[in-house]
Design a protein around this ligand. Structure first.
Ligand SMILES: Cc1cc2nc3c(=O)[nH]c(=O)nc-3n(C[C@H](O)[C@H](O)[C@H](O)COP(=O)(O)OP(=O)(O)OC[C@H]3O[C@@H](n4cnc5c(N)ncnc54)[C@H](O)[C@@H]3O)c2cc1C
Length: 293
């Protein structure tokens, strides 16, 4: 099958913040055999590639972006591949949506992912960001990752060849970007009802504290060491501050919300305002968690 290409893909249709102008092209990769063609395509295009998942951690600019988007779709799994002592090893393709994987794990009675309830991204995006919440980061569960790069092709990396830090993943000795193709996670056998209850509890807590159904990209800034970015922004008076049709949520100060028809320029200005106020008031520099394109 030829690589599926779309000209001028709109970022506002591919991101949960619903912001962003067109990129130049999007290439959709469905199976491993498409990757050779992707390599040839990226050489031909000479545009910087950007791997996009569910777009749930992206803030894309309003103007056209000189990028070739690459998206992994139609992924197999999740599937149970083996038992390793008390762990159940589960394999997931990068394009699978995390909520679907959690639903599968719940029905199968596999525990480990419950803290990640409510994270809307793909498995690939979760690994790339080392996404996590409520005490679980996906990197804690990874036993190996299969990555792809144009120069190295597909390769399995064991856990000890991966660096997982706070909202960061990279293969050891390979600081550049790579595409995450699939991943294996170590889960534990449990009672499906207990797993469901725990997922329900996490979701209820998030619903009470975060704008879970609004158009957002999750937390805008990373938590500084021993601090909460949300608390700092709240104390700096940013909760509910609005510019155009963008605002810091009045539920959680570290979430930017698109109220409908918002502009990335306003989102960026609000971020700058929040950083400045937190710096002035607390002397702390906030680092973005959202990827700004
Ligand atoms: C309502 C809401 C709640 C959220 N809650 C949380 C939370 O509790 N904890 C948390 O950590 N995050 C949270 N997020 C942010 C976001 O969901 C996570 O960062 C998620 O892991 C991003 O996955 P994605 O597929 O959407 O990636 P994208 O946003 O599409 O991309 C994010 C980064 O991952 C890279 N990437 C994506 N796919 C791949 C791949 N296959 N290979 C290589 N790189 C890839 C991209 O290049 C980019 O650098 C939340 C977001 C929303 C909207």
């Amino acid at each position: 099958m030829p690589l599926e290409l779309t000209a001028n893909p709109l970022l506002c249709e591919r991101t949960t913040l619903r912001l962003g102008g067109p990129a130049v092209v999007e290439a959709v990769v469905r199976e491993a055999s498409d990757l050779d063609e992707l390599s040839a395509f990226l050489t031909r295009e000479t545009l910087p590639p950007f791997v996009i998942g569910a777009g749930s951690n992206l803030l894309a600019g309003d103007d056209p972006l000189e990028l070739a988007l690459v998206r992994v779709a139609d992924c197999p799994g999740p599937e149970r591949v083996e038992r390793d002592g008390s762990a159940i090893i589960v394999r997931c393709g990068a394009g699978l949506r995390l909520p679907g994987v959690l639903g599968w794990a719940q029905k199968a009675g596999f525990s480990g992912l419950e803290g990640m309830t409510g994270i809307p991204g793909t498995v690939g995006g979760a690994v790339a960001m080392n996404a996590g919440s409520y005490g679980v980061e996906i990197g804690d569960l990874v036993t190996r990752v299969r990555i792809w790069s144009p120069s190295g092709g597909l390769a399995w990396l064991d856990r000890n060849r991966c660096i997982f830090d706070y909202r960061h993943f990279s293969p050891v000795q390979m600081p550049g970007k790579c595409l995450v193709w699939e991943v294996e996670l170590a889960l534990r056998e449990s009672d499906p009802k207990a797993v469901r209850q725990s997922m329900h509890d996490v979701y209820e807590k998030k619903k009470a504290a975060q704008p879970v159904t609004a158009r957002t990209a999750g937390c805008v800034f990373k938590n500084p060491p021993e601090e909460s970015a949300g608390r700092l922004l709240d104390q700096a008076g940013m909760k509910g501050v609005r510019l155009g049709h963008m605002a810091f949520s009045d539920v959680h100060a570290n979430f930017l919300v698109n109220l409908g028809g918002g502009k990335a320029a306003d989102a960026l200005e609000l971020m700058a305002m929040g950083r400045e106020r937190v710096m002035d008031q607390f002397g702390i520099t906030l680092e973005p968690e959202v990827i700004v394109l």
